[in-house]
Design a protein around this ligand. Structure first.
Ligand code: BES
Ligand code: ZN
Length: 614
């Protein structure tokens, strides 16, 4: 017996399910989904089949042909593993399918249930999923490893007037429920009650479980381009702003196709979530999920869209086999994102993004100075919760590695290589070794020119990584250095700065500065009030680390407005890291007051920050 993946109970000797049919009944009042998952294997199997679950209630497991019960057990009963959850073991005898009847729990980590008050329209409840990295198992029992790929169909039963969207194709228009169709998932008395409707979706391309996604609420839509529509809860004004922000989506898809090959997913729709969405974006196939903070009114949300779009090739077509190879997803996507940005927004913007990334990578080296394992491109993640060690390393060290290869062989050669790599491994889950084999086979001699082992297995930043020097980057970094001498940039120097210039500037300032200088900078440029959260949060983090108490109020408002972890992490960390008792106390108080408004994944991450500094 051997596990396929340190983050899943899936056994390498057991078959992987190829298809799942889901029936899901949404009970908003109880924050619960009652459902069934019909898992189909490639062939009949006899013996144990281990599935991942977390906070699921398993009611029964049936043979779909005979409806006879299939014996099951919980091998780790009664204590679920804090990272992995609870394995569910089915005992199959010459069966190729199993119907698992289950309910989620209100604490299922993939789901955030929002009350009407927590939505923009204030009128209807809302629910959405976030399955990456290992939360699909809290939604339905599955082999929750990206090594497994499966197609699915889903039938969702919702209360009027809510509608659903999925990262999948709509199979039929919303309709009335039909008695008997829910099978054992849900009694007809509930399924067919007045005011319920059924929506059906299919995903016919094999995807890893972490890409499973839906949302349900008072959702409306606007067309943005030929294959792009933006969906959101929150009314006409938000939709109009979103449609404007994402007007360039089609141009980006075309740029991506020119660079990386055909776009294989049909539609590229966007879903703008409520502010508690814990990420900037999530590359759910056919429908990317986005934080509303990317709608800043200055088209800079384009970077996040370019990134999630790029995953359509790197991540969704070629998937990391386990989270230890996460750089294959995020490093490639960061590289691909910057190539797309370069085409649609120009070299200067791409250079700024690279500069921000370089700063971020260097900051991570400091964060992990006592835990250098996590500075490796391919770390050992046995026993490690991927949410806890989430960092820029796979993104930016991965980017640097690919950029290093590009510099070695030249862009035209590297571009041919990339297209070939994607065509070769599309719809497969691969590991770093498979990539390296392909690299050496297609760029012969590369192993004599680049120390591949140091890049992949070494800690820290390799000596042949490169600070992305460009004139705009150098100008801004030198202005940051001037700040140490007491100089604030002049009005004309920042006249045409957008958010990204400011972000780069602030992030290159010392980690703690004179409070009076913070006040002077803010008096000139009102950074604490920026509508761009990247700028605002970078500034507030610096202000708190520098001991400026007058910004506590703005920090509290920010922590109450958004649940994106990229903002929660630095702000909570800045509050608890120093010696100021007052700051620590307010961090705890703010979290106690806002905890319920954060996504369960974000709750866990903030809890661990507070625990580390208690
Ligand atoms: N796939 C990630 C988000 C993610 C990573 C979710 C790990 C769960 C676990 C997504 O593509 C991403 O990287 N988002 C970034 C966007 C940015 C790099 C432009 C984010 O959310 O900040
Ligand atoms: Zn990504």
């Amino acid at each position: 017996m051997a596990r396929l993946d340190p983050h899943s109970y899936t056994e390498s000797s057991q078959p992987l399910a190829k298809h799942v049919a889901l029936t899901l009944y949404f009970d908003f009042a109880a924050r619960t989904i009652h459902g069934s998952a019909l898992l189909t294997l490639p062939a009949a199997h006899t013996g144990p089949l281990l599935l991942d679950t977390r906070s699921l209630l398993i009611h029964s497991v049936l043979d779909p042909r005979t409806t006879a019960p299939i014996p099951f057990s919980f091998p780790s009963d009664p204590t679920p593993d804090p990272v992995l959850g609870q394995p569910l073991c089915l005992s199959l005898s010459a069966q190729s399918a199993a119907l698992v009847v289950f309910s989620t729990s209100p604490s299922s980590s993939a789901l955030q249930w929002l009350s009407p008050a927590q939505t923009a329209s204030k009128a209807q409840p809302f629910v959405y999923t976030q399955c990456q990295s290992i939360h699909a198992r809290s939604l339905f029992p599955c082999q929750d490893t990206p090594a497994a790929r499966l197609v699915f169909s889903a039938r969702l039963n919702l209360p009027h007037p809510l509608t659903a969207v999925m990262a999948a194709a709509r199979a039929a228009a919303p309709r009335d429920p039909v008695p008997g169709e829910a099978g054992s998932a849900c009694p007809d008395a509930l399924w067919c009650a007045a005011g319920r409707s059924v929506e059906e979706f299919i995903m016919d391309r094999p995807i890893p479980p972490y890409l499973f996604a839906f949302a349900a609420g008072d959702i409306a839509a606007r067309d943005v381009g030929l294959r792009t529509r933006v969906h959101a809860e929150g009314g006409a004004a938000l939709l109009d702003a979103a449609a404007r922000e994402f007007a360039g989506a089609e141009e980006m898809i075309r740029a991506g196709e020119a660079l990386f090959g055909p776009y294989e997913w049909g539609r590229f729709d966007l879903l703008v979530l409520p502010p508690s969405f814990p990420y900037g974006g999530m590359e759910n196939p056919m429908m990317v999920f986005l934080t509303p903070t990317v709608i800043k009114g200055d088209a800079s949300g384009a970077q996040v869209v370019a990134h999630e779009l790029a995953h359509s090739w790197t991540g969704n077509l070629i998937t990391n086999k386990t989270n230890e190879h996460f750089w294959l997803n995020e490093g490639f996507t960061t590289y691909a994102e910057r190539r797309i940005v370069e085409v649609v927004q120009g070299e200067e913007t791409a250079a700024l993004n690279m500069g921000i990334g370089w700063r971020g990578l260097n900051d991570e080296m400091d964060r992990f100075k006592d835990n250098m394992e996590f500075t490796k491109l391919k770390p050992n993640l046995e026993g490690i919760d991927p949410d806890e060690i989430y960092s820029q390393v796979p993104y930016e060290k991965g980017f640097q590695f690919l950029w290093r290869i590009e510099r070695q062989v030249g862009r035209p050669t590297f571009d041919v290589f990339l297209k070939k790599y994607i065509a070769k491994f599309k719809f497969q889950s691969i590991d770093t070794e498979t990539f390296l084999e392909f690299l050496k086979a297609n760029l012969p001699g590369i192993e004599n020119q680049i120390d591949l082992k140091q890049w992949v297995e070494g800690t820290g930043i390799p000596p042949d990584a490169m600070e992305p020097l460009s004139s705009i980057y150098s100008k801004i970094v030198s202005l940051s250095n001037e700040f140490k001498l007491g100089n604030i940039p002049k009005k004309q120097e920042v006249a045409n700065w957008s958010g990204q210039e400011w972000e780069l500037y602030i992030e290159n300032l010392p980690k703690s500065v004179e409070p009076s200088q913070i006040a002077a900078l803010d008096a000139h440029y009102r950074l604490s009030e920026s509508r761009d959260y990247e700028v605002k949060v970078a500034f507030l983090q610096l202000a708190i680390s520098s001991g400026c108490k007058e910004y506590f109020g703005e920090v509290e408002r920010t922590l109450k407005q958004v649940g994106r972890m990229k903002y929660l992490r630095p702000l909570y960390t800045a509050l608890v890291q120093g010696n100021a008792e007052e700051a620590k106390l307010s961090a705890r108080r703010i979290f106690a007051e806002t905890r319920d408004t954060y996504h369960p994944i974000a709750q866990g991450v903030v809890e661990s920050i507070l625990a580390k500094h208690s």
